[in-house]
Design a binder for this molecule. Sequence first.
Ligand code: CP
Ligand code: NVA
Length: 294
Amino acid sequence: MNDFLGIANLDRGALERLVESASRFRHDRSFRSGALAGSRIGLFFEKPSTRTRVSSEVAAVDLGAHPVVLGQTEVGIGSREAVRDVARVLDRYLDLVAMRVFDHRMLVEMAEHADAPVVNLLSDIEHPCQAVADLQTIAEHCEVAGSVVAYVGDGNNVCHSLMLGVAKLGGRVRVVSPPGFEPLEELVARGEGRITVTPDTEAVDGADVVYTDVWASMGQEGEASERALAFAGYRVDEGLFARARPDAIFLHCLPAHRGEEVTDAVVDHPRSRVFDQAENRLHSMKAILLELLG
Ligand code: CP
Ligand code: NVA
């Protein structure tokens, strides 16, 4: 693995290794190591973050690396300085550059011009670090191979990485989205028949996992009211969650907009695993950093 830009281009073996390694870190929460001592890791954020920012920085420190956190206001990537020049400069200082960006093409350009591995901390197309933690959390509940994951809501970055990851590990994904908000067709096609897309919430029936994400992602705040109308029938409430298997778990990448895409009762449900899932961001980030730099 040279870069980690998405689940789409990751082979199954590498994904399995990441999930297994992340699970080992969860069983040894006090794990600290000097495995990455001397490594310098850049963490660049063009958008807000809590889980990704903190888990990446803590993962780097726990492995002995030195994190350097950068915001778009200071760097001005693409405005103050061309993307390829930022790539060449950061490459001289850092061993790995992890980035949260609006436009996925910025990550691709960075990876083209930097020798250091580039990691996607969320773009408009994928959120692959989230997907590793999601798969880890699903694997703590049931075998991913053979499982049925119902993703209800916007066919967005989180949906793309989740559906590709579940399909890659042998599970099935039913994406339930209102017309016009489905995941990208070319990514659905990569699921080789394991990903289906429907506007019908009956697709939640018998699922092992029910997953949702916000209706308006960061950068889409101006579309929030229009989207709230389109997604009105797609809120995950206790009634919809009850259509899944009686032992089904609920997942959400967080932050959740309580009362919009999901009700309080489901976020706080005894079978909600959203905070384990958030914790797993730390364990999975250790696995990702070690795979790229270890
Ligand atoms: N799930 C996730 O990526 O959360 P943050 O936006 O807080 O990093
Ligand atoms: N789809 C959301 C995920 C946040 C972690 C967004 O892009 O804002």
